[in-house]
Design a protein around this ligand. Structure first.
Ligand SMILES: [Zn+2]
Length: 312
């Protein structure tokens, strides 16, 4: 039985080839669609699966930081200095023949290069009917919009969905448009459309709550008002799925004070980053970061007056 569902070396290769072939046929760049087993927590298997990637201007990562300073920091860390490439790493937790999915990718209406989650699942041979639960770190497009397909149907029709109550309240509020810059209004319209489509399959939770067996919601607000990370436990070990509490492997760790344009409450996001980085460096808990290089797994270490990400 191919119980690893395409996560072994052969499965990864099969998934990659199958995914790439589809994009070549569609005349697009062959972005690898992959599923990769990244950790075992007792009987639990943790995988990341790619939704593709998109690029953003460097200036989005650090509002108000002089371009020369930003480019020097990235160059020193061996990062590209023309633009920032943002992979999208969706986490799957396998318990027997059931899966929990954390975030759903961008779907077909966001930025070019993303929206490959459904294709990646198919390429990895993962049956959508086996996804019992879907959890969201927050409601930004690249995490939420992939939860429904091009026909506005839920990607996982038999799953239960969960998101922090504060996050749902923010995006569904009548004054959400007044609280966002105009170039973010499409984010609100999209969030409302998807959340309404999920309807009463969507459950609200609070940080600190065990939202599924062995999965704890961890308060990490700032990037969005109700952003959470998820602490996944099994076999006496834990792993933290970060979502966008850290969004760039260099900027977020070495320069936690630099404010991303994507953070809705930048001051709170900075405070959350420092607190989270210190905890991760102390506890040495492995993390999966949504936008770090695939598969997003690694650890945080202290480095000088800040921190660094060490990929696993
Ligand atoms: Zn994101």
């Amino acid at each position: 039985m191919a119980s690893v569902n395409g996560t072994g070396p052969q499965g990864t290769r099969r998934a990659f080839l199958s995914g790439a072939a589809g994009f070549v046929a569609a005349g697009m760049l062959p972005a690898p669609a992959r599923a990769e087993g990244v950790a075992r927590l007792g009987s639990r298997e943790v995988l990341t699966i790619s939704d593709g990637s998109f690029t953003v201007p460097l200036a989005m990562l650090a509002r108000g930081v002089p371009p020369d300073t930003l480019m020097a920091a990235l160059r020193e860390a061996g990062q590209p200095i023309d633009q920032a490439r943002m992979p999208l790493n969706i986490t799957l937790i396998r318990d027997g023949d059931r899966y929990t999915v954390i975030d759903c990718g961008a779907g077909g209406h966001f930025l070019a290069g993303s929206g490959q989650f459904a294709a990646s699942l198919d390429a990895a041979g993962i049956d959508r009917a086996r996804v019992a639960r879907v959890l969201f770190t927050h409601a930004h497009p690249d995490h939420l919009w992939g939860a429904i397909d091009e026909f506005d149907s839920a990607l996982f029709p038999t799953a239960r969905y969960g998101m922090a109550a504060a996050e749902i309240a923010f995006w569904m509020a009548e004054d959400v448009y007044a609280r966002l810059p105009e170039d973010r209004h499409a984010f609100a319209a999209g969030a409302q459309r998807v959340l309404k489509t999920l309807g009463d399959r969507l459950e609200r939770f609070a940080p600190g709550q065990e939202v599924a067996p062995g999965i704890l919601a961890v308060e990490t607000a700032g990037h969005t008002p109700g952003h959470v990370a998820f602490e996944v436990a099994g076999g006496g070990e834990t792993l933290l799925v970060l979502g966008d509490a850290l969004i760039h492997p260099v900027i977020s760790c070495r320069y936690p004070d630099w404010r991303s344009v994507a953070d809705i409450d930048p001051d709170l996001a900075v405070a959350t980053r420092w607190r989270l980085l210190e905890r991760l460096a102390t506890d040495r808990v492995p993390v999966i970061a949504y936008h770090f290089p695939m598969p997003g797994l690694g650890r945080i270490e202290r480095a000088g007056s800040a921190y660094r990400f060490v990929a696993a």
